[in-house]
Each structure stands twice: as C-alpha cells, then as structure tokens.
Design a protein. Structure first.
Length: 587
C-alpha cells in the first residue's frame, strides 16, 4: 500500500459550524487544529510507505488519530468510532460530516510501521518541532527526567510453567509451518502435557514430582531442537521466533553434566555476583546422588539475560526499592524528559524505553543523544540520584555540553560521629598524597580498579594510625590497620567534593526542588493515559505506546494551559498580601 494523501488543509465549512455549535468552548482536538493547524504532514512519513501500489489513508491523519487516541486513553475500536461520530475529531482532522472514517485495524498496521527503527522518536520530534515553531517550547532551557516501571502484557510464570509453555508455544508455531514433519516427532502423551496452555494448578505437586516433570519437558524440548537442526528438517523452521526462544530458554534452564545427562539448573544465588561466579566455577558439574540438581551447581542467568515468558521474550524481571518498600515486576522502564522552564507549560520532549533491569544511569547517554538529535541542548538537566554520579556529571559536560543537577551519594562515614569523612582529608594532586586532619601525610597513592572504574587507592601508614588518638573513630577497626581511602580521578573527585558540599545548602535545595514535578508527570501518564501497563508485546511496540502517551499528554496539557480563543500566556493569578509576606520572608 502506497502513502495516501489528504491531510485536510482546510476544514469544511459545515464541519466548522457544527463543531463550534456543539463545542462552543472547544476541546483538546479542536485546540490542535486552531493553534497548530496541522500537527503532522504527509511529508513527515514519506519513507514509511512505498512509492507505488494502491493509495492508502493519509499517514498524517493516522498519526494524529493515534495521538488523540492516547490523549483520551481509547482503544482502537473507540478511536475509529470517534473519527466517525465525534464532531471535534472531524474538525481536527479536516473531514466532511459524512466521512465514514476507516476500519480500526488500520491503526494497528500504522503502529507496526511506527515500531520500525527510530520512527517513533521521529514522530515525537516532528511534534516538538511544530510546538517550537508555534512558540510553545524552547530548545534551550531546563529539562528534567524521571523513570517509572512498566508492566509487560503477560502473566508471571514460575520456572516450571516457563519451560512447558515455551515448548508448547514452539510446537504451535512449528505445526503451522511443518505439520506433517512435526507429526512424526510427537507422541500421544504430548497432547496431555502441551495440548493446552500450561497453568500452575496443572503442574505436579511436590519437589520430586515437579523435578521429574521439568526433566521430562527438557527431554521433549531437546528432541524437538535436535530434529529442527538436522538437515532433513524443512527449511526455515530453525529461524522461527518461537524456536529461537525455545533454544535460549533451554540453555538458560538446563545443562548437561559430565555424564551427558540433562539436568535442571539450580535457583539464583542470593549472594553477590562475584561470589556466585567463583562458586559456580568451583562446583560446575556437581549433582546430588539421586540426580537432582545441586544448588551450588550451574545456575540460571541473571535477570538482564533470563527470558521469563515466551510470549514477550524481551520483557525482563527487575526489582527496585521505593518509599513504600521493595517492588518487583516483569516488563520495562520508561524514561520521560520534559521541559521545566517558567512560565509556560511543561512538554515531554524525549522518551526512552529500556529493559527493566537496566538502571537509570545506564540510560543517561541515550537520553542526551536523543535530546541532541532533536536539536535540544538544555542548559541544565535536573535528575534524581539514580542518574547522577561524579563520572556521569563529568562525562555529560565533556561529551554533550550539558550540566547535570542532582544529588551525589554521600560518604557513608559522614554519618558516623565522631569520625572523619573523605572530604576532611586534604588532597595534593601534584605529590599524589593525602593529608589527614591530624597532619599525617600518606605515601603516594596507587591506581586500581573499583567496580570496573579507575580508582586511586590511598593507604596511610599503620604506625602513624596506631599512635593517633582518633584511630578508632577514623579507621573503624581495632586491629591497628591504617586508614584506607579510595579517591576518584582528579576531575571526578573535584566534582564529588563540590556537589557533596553544595547539596547540603538551602540554595541548592531550592534549585533542585523543581525536579519534584517529574512525579506529577509520571502520575499523569500512568493514571490518565494508561502508561503503567503495556498494551502490546515487545520493546519496540512498548516504546511506540510510550511515545504516543507522551504526545497525548502534551496535547492535554497545552490545551488546558492555552484554551482556544485565549492569547498565551495566561496572566498569572494576583498574589495575596500573605503570599507577598511569605515571599519576603523566604528571600
């Protein structure tokens, strides 16, 4: 299907009269037409469609319908019905009153095209460009970012359900592409195990019975994988997505011991990663006498790699600690960046969707890259502590020319009283030494690695620390060892010292208070636009949902800030006598 035309540059007069009569105060959809004329044009989507073929619908109209759909949190059927029946939508789209609209399935096909490559980001960038041209957004100013968890459109499975459901899903797809070939491999008892979706209440009860069941499922899965990778198998079966998921899940959940027996991997260890890796290397190949998996043998991978459901292989398991306690989920993380200059509305200009286990700081470079590609170079980027480290502040300034405003983790020793924190020591960068508050100078430091990053290791002489009267408060040990301090490289260490000092002042707290508005943005997109739960499966489709949600939230915000018929910006409400008194006391 080729790209259609007809973005509706002129609204039919009858549509104008009927829409104005039925909505004298206007709606968000009418605001888009009145204030922005055309939010999208067909030229924005020229490379989405082939040049030949049967003409389709205007992609600019489909994009605008998709944004309005998410602005009002509608389903595809309800959005298509709104195009047919609602006067304000016809006014926004420039349609005649008797226009029949289109079938709701067209919206799904449009999102499939939107999920390819960086098209979703380009759609949001095109919207922001129109807002900049209309004078509603500035490219240079302050931007703030926050993240929230997003639940995948799947149910949670335990490991027994996972392997059985993965094999059943692969058998379903194989039967569609090679039914006769598959019929020679399966046996009659497979119908009982994989003939219907696997549920927890249908699994065997008891540890031994469950282990026997998952080992039997493992043998069945290996039987299918061996047959698929033989030369006699029909071409193309091994490339099927469900078969590739089956192969990866079997690598993650099963292993072969030294005798060539298929084994069930042990559960995840609660110890740290380095200790777990060392233990696994020492105990690889160990099993119990009865053939059951040894908990200290090969284990399932960490959450960044482990497939937790065959129905959305890109969804991952993650945990985070919040004020309400520990939260765990399966899905993704959504990072929203919005303008926060005053006066004027706050507009979401950048959206990044990442797997759930990826931490906030790991997405920072992607956020700045997206802002730069859109032509944004904020003078200040306000973030919470999950994004900010001395290294990220230094790297962002050097690479992107953007200043970060956010808290840096305090020195743990600063909370110990009495005692000396790292900031109490004087650094001599030329001599490569550290001098303690009591005047003792350390030997030259040595370069080392800490958590994979370069560090400077400073060890004070044991004799000097033993003779110090503040030894117990400073070193924290009774065995007489000297104080050991790790420094960052010079640029990062200076940043850490400076930010730790500044973030304790009232002036810094007042500057940073603007970040709290991110919580309101997250709440708005979650509760008003359904961001918390994915409508679709896969990282690309989830990102499409997040982009359309951000675009819809922008439309609602702007239409409420600048109602149709009013001249922006709206005059601020006059301050009362008591408010002026409060302002005088706080300045």
């Amino acid at each position: 299907m080729a790209m259609g035309s007809g973005a509706g540059r002129v609204v039919p007069p009858l549509t104008v009269r009927m829409a104005r009569a039925s909505n004298p105060r206007g709606t968000a959809a009418m605001w888009v037409r009145d204030r922005l004329d055309e939010l999208f044009v067909d030229e924005d989507f020229a490379d989405w469609y082939p040049a030949d073929g049967r003409k389709g619908l205007s992609p600019a109209r489909l994009a605008l319908v998709s944004v309005l759909q998410y602005a009002e949190n509608l389903t595809d059927r309800h959005a298509a019905e709104a195009v047919r029946c609602r006067l304000d939508w016809k006014y926004c789209l420039g349609l005649e009153l008797d226009d029949p609209g289109f079938d709701f399935s067209v919206l799904s096909e449009f999102r499939d095209r939107m999920a390819q490559g960086d098209r979703a980001d380009r759609l949001l960038a095109a919207m922001v460009d129109h807002l900049v041209a209309a004078g509603l957004v500035k490219r240079r100013g302050r931007v703030r970012t926050d993240s929230t968890h997003v639940l995948a459109a799947v149910r949670r499975l335990n490991r027994g359900e996972l392997v059985a459901e993965t094999l059943r899903t692969a058998l379903e797809e194989l039967s569609e592409h090679g039914e006769e070939w598959l019929a020679r491999l399966v046996t009659r008892d497979w119908a009982d195990r994989y003939g219907r979706p696997v549920r927890y209440d249908r699994l065997p009860r008891g540890g031994d019975a469950l282990i026997d069941y998952v080992l039997k499922v493992g043998e069945d899965g290996m039987h299918i994988l061996r047959a698929v990778y033989q030369d006699e198998a029909p071409p193309g079966l091994r490339e099927l997505p469900a078969v590739q998921v089956l192969r990866q899940v079997w690598v993650q959940q099963y292993w072969y011991d030294g005798d060539g027996q298929l084994r069930w991997r042990g559960p995840k260890s609660t110890r740290d990663r380095a200790s777990r890796r060392a233990t696994d290397q020492r105990n690889t190949g160990k099993t119990k006498a009865d053939g059951r998996p040894d908990p200290t043998s090969a284990r399932v991978p960490w959450s960044s790699m482990e497939i937790v459901t065959p129905h959305d292989p890109e969804a991952r398991y993650s945990q985070k600690v919040t004020a309400a306690g520990q939260r765990d989920w399966i899905g993704y993380r959504d990072h929203q960046s919005e303008t926060c200059d005053r006066p004027g509305p706050n507009v979401i200009v950048q959206v990044v969707t990442r797997p759930a286990p990826e931490q906030d700081i790991d997405a920072l470079d992607r956020i700045h890259q997206g802002l730069t590609e859109q032509g944004f170079q904020p003078a200040e980027h306000v973030l919470d502590g999950g994004y900010v480290t001395p290294d990220s502040i230094h790297r962002t300034e050097q690479q992107w020319g953007i200043g970060l405003l956010g808290p840096v983790r305090d020195d743990p020793r600063a909370c110990q009283r009495p005692g000396f924190a790292k900031e109490d020591f004087r650094i001599d960068w030329q001599a490569r030494t550290l001098t303690c508050p009591r005047g003792v100078t350390s030997p030259p430091w040595k370069s080392t690695l800490g958590d994979g990053h370069p560090r400077l290791s400073v060890l004070f002489p044991r004799k000097a620390c033993r003779e110090c009267q503040d030894r117990l408060q400073c070193t924290g040990n009774v065995d007489g060892k000297g104080r050991h301090i790790f420094l960052l490289p010079e640029p990062q260490q200076k940043i850490q010292t400076k930010v730790r000092k500044e973030q304790k002042t009232d002036q810094w707290r007042r500057r940073f208070a603007i970040r709290a508005g991110c919580e309101a943005t997250v709440s708005e997109t979650v509760h008003a636009h359904g961001l918390r739960r994915c409508r679709y499966r896969g990282l690309a489709k989830a990102h499409v949902q997040h982009v359309l949600t951000a675009a819809g939230a922008n439309i609602i915000r702007l239409s409420e800030c600048f109602p149709p018929g009013t001249a922006p910006p709206r005059e601020p409400r006059p301050t009362s006598h008591f408010q002026r008194l409060c302002q005088r006391l706080t300045t």
